[in-house]
Design a protein around this ligand. Structure first.
Ligand SMILES: N=CN[C@@H](CCC(=O)O)C(=O)O
Ligand SMILES: [Zn+2]
Length: 385
């Protein structure tokens, strides 16, 4: 057993209601990590002895960010598509086919290098738990490969064979859905914890309510847990379907009806907001205030992907949530930690109570308030203990 005492923490965010305020703040704090788990939290002056000591010299510490929505397994470049968005070109998911072609053409080792770089980029910005989706293979071989490679880096892997209908299957959508719920699911399920679908009537490339229900039910029957891309491009059935099927999360939630908010309110389905997408597609931001005031659990994630948001920065998502979506800095930080952990049905991350994973993110700043306050400045990094 190796115990490390982290001391000199100017402000510690625990997300533990036993401490101060909604974020469970402790000032002049210390924390002991034993074999990767938090074993003691309190004031520096009361700290026990340990085998090792790390002095953070007054810096703030927050729970490692939990990024519950990313699409990191891709090759190729779509920066020209981003430039077109900035001059008003709308997003409809059609560009996904460009990433599919480049991803299929890449070797396993090329994809491994790209993935490792993106995961390292996330850790360097304070993210310690990462969900990764497939969705740029869209045939049995390449979807299976995407999940197998993602599994080398995280247990939170999501089968997204129903991302869009690939170009070669456009004349027979039904046959493609058959493939997703048949051979593709069989090949992918051993490497996945989750099943997801892009349920979006406003995109000819994505899936209808009925198609989405079929995909999710098949995944649930195969032992996977459900999450949904819903209500991204306009009002739609995604939220209702996610709640109906007990999905852990419905992600985007940019366009919500009163019924959607009511349904989320009485459910265990988390609303995951992805403001980097609205930033990078020049779209209206979701109304986080409305969800929070209704009592819905809200998560924030990056949605790092080559089309709608090629940013892996959770600090940016927090800053946008505060500046554009009516969240307080405390609500935004909690959504990117505890809320995101709930959306992955995890209770060992997203907080720093005794027993949690010792996933600490250090800020080169005295307070968590500096995350949105010093927008664009790289303050946060995951602490290697
Ligand atoms: N909307 C569907 N999927 C991604 C975008 C994928 C892409 O355009 O490459 C998203 O979450 O925004
Ligand atoms: Zn996505």
């Amino acid at each position: 057993m190796t115990a490390t005492l982290v001391t000199g923490i100017g402000e510690l965010v625990t997300n533990d209601p036993a401490h101060d305020g909604p974020l469970g703040l402790v000032h002049d704090a210390a924390l002991v990590a034993t074999d990767g788990r938090v074993s003691w939290v309190g004031r520096s002056q009361d700290a026990p002895d340990a085998d090792r000591r790390v002095d953070l010299e007054g810096r703030a510490v927050v729970p490692g960010f939990v990024d519950s929505h990313s699409h990191l397994v891709f090759a190729g470049d779509r920066s020209a598509e981003f430039a077109a968005r900035m001059t008003g070109e709308p997003y409809d998911g059609g560009g996904i086919a460009v990433s599919v072609e480049a991803t299929r053409a890449a070797s396993d080792d090329e994809l491994r290098v790209l993935l490792a770089r993106r995961v390292a980029e996330m850790r360097a910005q304070g993210t310690t738990t990462i969900e990764i989706k497939s969705g740029y293979g869209l045939d049995v071989t390449h979807e299976e490969r995407a999940l197998r490679l993602a599994r080398e880096l995280t247990d939170e892997t999501t089968f997204l064979g129903a991302h869009v209908v690939p170009p070669e299957a456009r004349d027979d959508r039904a046959a493609y859905v058959d493939l997703v719920v048949g051979d593709m699911l069989t090949a992918c399920a051993p490497h996945a914890r989750w099943i997801d679908v892009f349920c979006e009537p406003h995109s000819a490339h994505a899936f209808t309510e009925e198609e989405s229900r079929r995909v999710l039910r098949a995944g649930l029957d195969a032992g996977l847990l459900a999450r949904v891309h819903g209500n991204q491009l306009g009002p739609g059935p995604g939220v209702g379907l996610a709640v109906e099927l007990g999905a852990a999360s419905v992600d985007h939630c940019t366009y919500l009806s009163d019924d959607d908010v009511d349904a989320l309110c009485g459910s265990d389905t988390v609303a995951t907001l992805l403001p980097g997408v609205e930033f990078s597609t020049r779209s209206p931001y979701p109304d986080a205030r409305r969800l929070l005031d209704a009592g819905v659990t809200v998560a924030l994630a990056s949605d790092c992907n080559p089309g709608t948001c090629y940013s892996s920065s959770i600090p940016l998502a927090i800053a946008l949530a505060v500046r554009e979506m009516g969240m307080t800095p405390a609500e935004a930080l909690q959504a990117a930690t505890l809320g995101s952990a709930r959306s992955l049905r995890r209770d060992d991350v997203g907080h720093l109570r005794v027993g949690a994973r010792a996933d600490l993110t250090v800020l080169d700043a005295p307070s968590y308030l500096h995350i949105p306050y010093r927008v664009g400045v790289p303050l946060a990094r995951a602490l290697d203990l």
